[in-house]
Structure formats: structure tokens, C-alpha cells
Design a protein around this ligand. Structure first.
Ligand SMILES: [Zn+2]
Length: 391
């Protein structure tokens, strides 16, 4: 391998990147001040060698693996019980986005006295938290998608209302991230594709979100370029370490960039995931072109820049949309939400909930519930041509 894939980065947090760096997990815990870590991981990884190895390498550690996709408050509560019962003093959040989000929220809640929903990402609600009650986190991503390892929030499902809520605090940012591409080589092609497009959507929505944030814009553009180049390679050959390493970096870049904001894709995908329990990345991948089409009049200049950075065969908005559709097709992503088991019977509720999702505020043009319902219905039926472009 010609390229040295190893690096230590210090923004947005400390990231130890490179093949084999999982060996430094005990050192990462020591640096983060964790002596008795609780390893929070996905149900599906519970018996995996990488988790067994982590448990063996970390003295006084235990594993909590009752985390499923679209993690819910009950998963966090069970994790908190395990955390308190074991006398832990920090969390190793190890897995895909669900495990990372759940692990971060367990660490955050470990020393709080208010209920979870008091910390939803609304206004300055985060200031209600006791900062001293937030336990440190070491994050180890095993997918290249959500970028939750460098995020300051966790998305948790409220099972009573069927709504996904964003729990936010600046100190939820993991102290140290181990970004080891060898941990992602076993990811199936379909999961690689869906999570990789999620990372692309993070970069794209952040770049198109209104507001002055050139730092985020720069990170987002390079993230999109890396994904264009390396996601097809990671899908074609899961053991391509260079492609895996670049995709892990791009996923972290997406979440770094979306501090600026997200947009209509995530606003719709959140309630769809809540009601239909669909995979977050896959849901975004399906919805993306419908929202691009709706936003057409507001993103002409932005898509022209993206088309140039990606060196697309055709310029501007049309060239960009064509490329998105082609990439999505080549990666095996279905064209309609119906193809992934979503029906239109909840369309009005999904429109309303998408409109109040915090991501909606980052859409390049203001969107209301009726417009989001319109986009959702078109995506369910796979009728891209039926999407009206907003004002
Ligand atoms: Zn996402």
C-alpha cells in the first residue's frame, strides 16, 4: 500500500486513525480517565471477535449489547442499569450508529437527575444538565456512515410517541475516537452502501444548508469527493483497506460538517424510521433525489460547485442529479420507499413530524408539513417527476 493511512487528528475531537489501531483501546480509555468501562455495542456484534477482544483487553470492563437499530429510550434505560450495577466510570461506544448513539446517551445520563426528554435539542435545554454528571466516552465506529463518533448528540426513539428525539450536549462529544478500517471489512455490501450514502447525505445537506459556515462547507465538499471515489471501491471489495479508511474519514467529515445543519432528507427520514423501523442510511439514500428535486431552485449554485469538485461529466444541477441517480442505482439502492416496506398511509403524520424535526430548519428553502408530505408521497411511489420544485 503506497498511502500511509495512519494519522492522529485533533478536530473536532481526538481521532486515532489507521489500520490496527484498535490495539490502542486500553491506552485510549486511560487517556480518557476511564478505569471501569462499560462497552456498549449492537445486539448483532455481541459475540463478534472484536468485542471479545475488547473485553479481554480492558480490565474491569463489561459488555452491554441490548441495543437494536433505531435505539429507543428503553435501550438507554437498560444500559443505565447495567452501568450503575457494574460501578462503571465511562463508556466505550463500539459499533454502528445505534450503538454509538446509545452509548453516548448512557454516558451522558449516568449522572443526571432529570428525565431523558428534558435534554432534547431544543433551545438551551442542554444547559439543564449537570456537566460533572457526564461520563467520558471512547468511540469505536464499525460502520462508515453516521459519523456519530464525532457528534455531540444521540438520536433516541420515544416509543410512546413514535418520535425520534435528538438528545444534545456539547460534552457528549467522545474524548477519543479509534477509527480503524480493519473493523469495517466484514460489513456486507448492502450495509456499506446504505451507510456510505448516509455520510454523503450529511455532507450534501450540510453544504446546502443556509448560513455562513465556510469551515463546514470545505469539510463537506472533500467528504463528498472521498465518497464518490471510495464508496464504489468499498462496495466492490470489502477488504479494500484504503477504501475503508477513506470512507471512515468521510463519515466523520459528514458529521463534522452537519454541525451547520441538515435538511429535508433527514427531516423525512427520521419519522419514516420511527414508524416503519427502516434503516436510517437506506431511508436517506432512497429519499435523497426527491428532496434534491424539490430544492432545485435554491441549490443551483451549490450543485454547480459540487459538480465541479466531483468532476462530473455534465455540469450543474442536472449533471449532479443524474450522477446521484446513477450512483444510487449502481450501489443497489431501491428507487422508492415502497421498495423498502414504507406505505403512504401515515403520510399526513410523517409530513407533520418532518416539519417539526430539527433537521427541517436546515433545508435550503423553508418547508412546511404539506410540502414534506408531498415529497414523501412521491418517494413512496417512486415518482421523481411528480415532485414540484419549491419556490
Ligand atoms: Zn444520517
Amino acid at each position: 500500500m503506497s498511502l500511509n493511512l495512519r494519522g492522529n487528528w485533533n478536530y473536532p475531537t481526538t481521532i486515532w486513525a489507521g489500520p490496527g489501531r484498535i490495539a490502542e483501546l486500553p491506552d485510549a480509555c486511560a487517556r480518557a480517565g476511564i478505569k471501569r468501562p462499560l462497552i456498549v455495542t449492537d445486539e448483532g456484534l455481541a459475540g463478534a471477535p472484536m468485542i471479545k477482544n475488547a473485553l479481554a483487553a480492558l480490565r474491569d470492563s463489561a459488555v452491554f449489547s441490548a441495543v437494536r437499530g433505531n435505539p429507543a429510550a428503553s435501550h438507554v434505560e437498560a444500559g443505565l442499569r447495567a452501568y450503575r450495577a457494574g460501578g462503571h466510570d465511562g463508556v466505550v461506544a463500539f459499533g454502528g450508529g445505534s450503538a454509538l448513539d446509545a452509548g453516548k446517551v448512557v454516558a451522558f445520563m449516568s449522572g443526571q437527575t432529570r428525565p431523558l426528554w428534558d435534554f432534547e435539542d431544543i433551545g438551551d435545554w442542554w444547559t439543564r444538565a449537570h456537566p460533572a454528571g457526564i461520563a467520558p466516552v471512547v468511540a469505536v465506529p464499525t460502520t462508515a456512515g453516521t459519523g456519530s463518533e464525532v457528534g455531540r448528540a444521540g438520536v433516541i426513539l420515544n416509543e410512546e410517541t413514535h418520535q425520534k428525539k435528538i438528545i444534545f450536549h456539547p460534552q457528549m462529544m467522545p474524548r477519543i475516537v479509534i477509527s480503524d478500517p480493519e473493523l469495517t471489512v466484514g460489513l456486507p455490501r448492502a450495509v456499506t452502501a446504505a451507510t456510505g450514502i448516509d455520510a454523503f447525505v450529511h455532507c450534501f445537506e450540510a453544504f446546502c444548508a443556509p448560513g455562513f459556515h465556510p469551515l463546514a462547507d470545505g469539510v463537506a465538499l472533500e467528504g463528498m469527493r472521498l465518497i464518490q471515489r471510495y464508496l464504489p471501491r468499498a462496495c466492490a471489495d470489502g477488504s479494500d483497506i484504503e477504501a475503508r479508511a477513506q470512507m471512515l474519514a468521510a463519515a466523520s467529515m459528514g458529521a463534522t460538517a452537519f454541525q451547520k445543519g441538515l435538511g429535508g432528507v433527514h427531516a423525512i427520514a427520521h419519522p419514516v424510521g420511527s414508524w416503519f423501523n427502516t434503516h436510517h442510511g437506506l431511508t436517506n439514500a432512497v429519499i435523497l433525489p426527491y428532496v434534491i428535486t424539490f430544492n432545485r431552485n435554491a441549490i443551483a449554485e451549490k450543485t454547480e460547485i459540487i459538480a465541479r469538485v466531483l468532476n462530473l461529466p455534465a455540469p450543474g444541477f442536472d449533471g449532479f442529479l443524474d450522477w446521484v441517480l446513477q450512483m444510487r442505482c449502481e450501489l443497489g439502492i431501491p428507487h422508492s420507499l415502497a421498495d423498502i416496506g414504507v406505505s403512504a398511509d401515515k403520510a399526513a403524520i410523517i409530513g407533520r413530524e418532518a416539519a417539526i424535526d430539527p433537521s427541517a430548519g436546515g433545508n435550503p428553502i423553508p418547508v412546511n408539513a404539506a410540502q414534506l408530505e408531498h415529497i414523501f408521497r412521491a418517494a413512496v411511489d417512486g415518482r421523481l417527476g411528480a415532485v414540484d420544485s419549491g419556490a
